[in-house]
Every structure is written in C-alpha cells, then in structure tokens.
Design a protein around this ligand. Sequence first.
Ligand code: ZLS
Ligand code: CA
Ligand code: ZN
Length: 387
Amino acid sequence: SPSCPDATKRRVCYYYDGGIANVDFGEDHVMVPRRVDMAHALVRSYGLLDHMTRLRTRPATEHEIAAFHEPGYVGFLRDLTPEAFNAAGGEMTTTAQKYKIGYDNPAIAGLWDYCRRYAGGSLAAARALASRDADVAINWSGGMHHARRGNASGFCFVNDIVLAVNELLGHFGRVLYVDIDVHHGDGVEAAFIDSNRVMTVSFHQRTTHGFFPAGKGNLRDVGEGQGELHAVNVPMYKGMDDEGYHLLFKPIMEKAMGVFQPEAIVMQCGGDSLSGDRLGRLNLSVAGHAQCVSYMRSFNVPLLLLGGGGYTINHVAACWCYETAVAVGKEKEIDDHIPVHCYDGYYSSQDYKLHYPVDKKRKNENTSIYIRDTATAVIRNLSAIKG
Ligand code: ZLS
Ligand code: CA
Ligand code: ZN
C-alpha cells in the first residue's frame, strides 16, 4: 500500500507505447525518441518487467489534449503534415510561426500520433495513481515540460505533464512537481503560476547567458497571486556534481514536502542533467540522478515518474533503466554489466556498464558558498508558506 515504509515493495505501473520508437525528428536533430525504446529494451533484459505491471493504454484523444491546449493549436497539430509544411507559403508559414513549428520543433511525419501516445501514457499513469491501483507509475516517453497552451517549445508539442497534473488535481488536493531536467520547466511553471494547489520545483542550468529557455527559472521567480511562493527555482552553474546537487536537492525537497504536504508527486526525470550530455553541462552520475528518484520515493506519496530531455542516448537509456529498478526497489540487485540485447552495441563507449564514469576533469563552477546561499534562500522562501 502507499503507506508501506521505505525499501519495501511499491506497486509499480509501467507505460510504454512502442509506437513512439520510430518517430524521427530528422537526422541532425538532437531529440531521439528511440532512446525510450532503448531504455525499455534494458528494462526488459534486466527482468524488471516481472516486478511491475506493464499496462497498454490508448493514445490521448483530441478532447483530452484540448483540455489544456488552445483549440486552434490543437487543430493545427492534428492536421500538420511534413508535406503541407514543406510546400508552405502564405498562411501556412505565418500560422506555423505562431505555433513555433520549425527548427527546434519540426513538422515531422506522425507528429500528432506521437503526441497522442506520449500524452496517453502520462494520463493513464496519473489515473493509475488517482485510483490507488499503483504507488508509482512510470512513462519515460513523457515529460515534455516546455509545451505551452498555444505553441510548441523546446522539442515539446503537447504538455503531457500539465494534463497529468490536472488529472491528479481531480483526486488530490495538492500536487508537487519536481523537475531534474537540465532545462527549466517553464511550461509547467507557467500553467500553474497562480495556483497554490500545485508547487513546481525546477533544478536547472542557469539561463542568464542564453541557455534555453533564456531568462527563465531565476531564483527570485516564486509564483504569482495565490501561487506566490509555490514556484521554486534552483539555478546551477556548469559542472555541478552529485555532492553539490544533493546539498541543494535533499534539504530543499525535504522542506517542500514539509510545508506543502502534497498528496501526489510528479517528477520529470530529464536525463540531460547527466554527465556527458550533448546539450547539458552538469556532471551528475547515473547514481546521483537516481538518488533524486529514490529520495522522492522515500516519502511514500503516490509518485508519477516521467522522462524528458537527454541527448546522449546511451546515457539516458541506462539512467531510466536504473531508475525503473529504483522504483521497484531492485537497484541493489541490478548487475552493472549491461546484458546482451538488441541495442547493446550502443553502450560500447561506456564499457557496457550502466554506471559510466563522470567527467573528473570538468570544473564544478558552483562554489560551496553559492550552494549554501542558494539552499538558504530557497528554504527561507518555503518557510514563509507556513508561519
Ligand atoms: O528540456 O536554444 C534554443 C532556441 C534557439 C537556438 C537553436 N535554434 C535551432 C532555434 C532557436 C533558441 N533551443 C534549445 C531547446 C532545448 C530544448 C530542451 C528540451 C528539454 O530537454 C525537454 C525535452 C536548443 N538547444 C539546442 C538546440 N535547441 C538544438 C541543437 C541542435 C539542433 C539541430 C536540430 C535543431 C536544429 C539543428 C537543433 C536544436
Ligand atoms: Ca529542470
Ligand atoms: Zn532538457
């Protein structure tokens, strides 16, 4: 049951729709949906499916997606084809610009189907928690935290996180959102900026020198109106290591749990905060990243685990497999050596190990003073919520 003590069994529901595996953002794009198929292949090879319920679900409907997104944007996404986009002129061009389609967010084949599938997984996972059928629910295809009500952003088209949080809000009084992707979770923060029923907490690489999303997620951005102090932002300099990260993550999340007392937790586990990512410049190990998951799991509150970014695909797949093991409480039993399976060739650069070494030469630009002062400032804000 959800009240069992830590290190004991959780009922875990796992959602993976193989229909996303062949979605292609284009050969020079950094987003590779197949990384989720790679994670799934690892999960299967390690025998982790025997410790959870794998549920197949239907893709989200247009109606479900339109519960958050603007009707005009939904209709545009539904009808968008690469052919129409590439032949574009006139109205198509200005409309595509309005919805931020192109470059980062390409008009690819099967886009609407892809969005429906990853959003369907997150909605089904939220329902499994709401009905108390699961203690932990996982959808590594979700976590698309930048999508806005009326436009795409940062490789995200439909914000499955907002849909899942809204589903949870139908059954739980307060929902905590935790985002360990290297990028700021701006789309989720904006959707709940004035709500005191959702606390959003993002840990991310600083955006002050143009790192995406530029200018967002400042320490002083704390929410608005009723939601004041319910947006929490923890920016970090490049090179952050496990030790420094957890000097922030653990005390901040402990305080957030204490003052907010959420009835459900949604965690975006973007793998671009790992060492050696193609876009991110933090220096977390797989174990350090997974410790965030194990820490949030230890509170025994219904927990939704989602994917997100992650651009060195072998690193991300190894990380999400290990985090699946954490979810089912089998991380101590998992062999570091990656089993022979269909994707094993992708792991040669990490010596076929789940736990690859971090970059020992990279300087941690976060000073101990910065870490201490940031933790103090965030915890002081959180303390102001309750006396
Ligand atoms: O959090 O920085 C930007 C925006 C631009 C610079 C890049 N150009 C193409 C568009 C304008 C200001 N975009 C970021 C988005 C990062 C999204 C992270 C998503 C998530 O992890 C959750 C899933 C960005 N950084 C790097 C790129 N875009 C990028 C790198 C390489 C390429 C190839 C494909 C596309 C165009 C060339 C692209 C984008
Ligand atoms: Ca983040
Ligand atoms: Zn990211």
